[in-house]
Write a protein that binds this ligand. Structure first.
Ligand code: GRF
Length: 205
């Protein structure tokens, strides 16, 4: 057990099932981290209700309330810093990050993507994989860099696409894996076991 818990901030835009998985893993003590703030760019995100139900502080930052992307990100950096955040977790946050956030938290922002990167980056990754006809897809937790769905890969979990699968059933299967993979990746980060060499992430024993 480490002396102090890793302080994390979670950025969301939608339903927040990954946020819930992180809440569950932190509150049960499964991972040595605590959520200090949840930020949503969408005031109607169900993720905000999840934060409230768990007694977590949250903040809505609407992009339209700011003149530029830099202003928006500066506000986000301010809120994250105020709460002492050391690791930023994007959990269904529907915005591409710019330099302001990336520079404030270098290699300290992670994301989850519902495909085995570098296959099927971008939106509707599950549908892209289904339509392409791949037999195996999954999810990827990765560090965030300046390119979309591109940074060093921390871990991946595979999902087999069966004959009877539909886009909806595939989405559900991948989401279930996401809920295991994201807390696992945060745990490794909190344990200080991730070492980045070029773009390879080594998991230290
Ligand atoms: C997940 O599929 C995640 O991989 C993607 O956005 C979705 C968010 O779902 N980045 P939720 O809001 O965590 O339920």
């Amino acid at each position: 057990m480490s002396a102090r818990k890793l302080s994390i901030g979670v950025l969301v835009s939608g339903q927040g099932t990954n946020l819930q998985a992180i809440i569950d893993a932190t509150s049960s003590g499964k991972i040595d981290a605590s959520i200090k703030i949840v930020i949503s760019d969408n005031p109607n995100a169900y993720a905000l209700k999840r934060a409230e139900d768990s007694g977590l502080p949250s903040k809505v930052l609407k992009r339209s309330a700011f003149k530029t992307k830099v202003d928006f990100e500066e506000a986000a950096v301010g809120v994250l810093s105020e709460h002492g955040v050391e690791l930023v977790c994007l959990a269904g946050f529907m915005r591409i990050l710019g330099k302001t956030l990336l520079r404030a938290f270098p290699m300290r922002i992670i994301n989850i993507h519902p495909a085995l990167l570098p296959a099927f980056p971008g939106l509707n990754a599950q549908e892209q994989a289904f339509d392409y006809g791949v037999k195996v897809t999954g999810c990827t937790v990765h560090f965030v860099d300046e390119k979309t769905d591109h940074g060093p890969i921390i871990l991946q979990e595979a999902v087999t696409i069966l004959e009877e699968d539909t886009v909806a059933s595939l989405k559900a299967k991948i989401l279930k894996k996401e809920h295991e993979a994201y807390p696992k990746a945060i745990k490794l980060f909190a344990q200080g076991r991730l070492k980045i060499e070029n773009r390879r992430v080594c998991i230290m024993p």
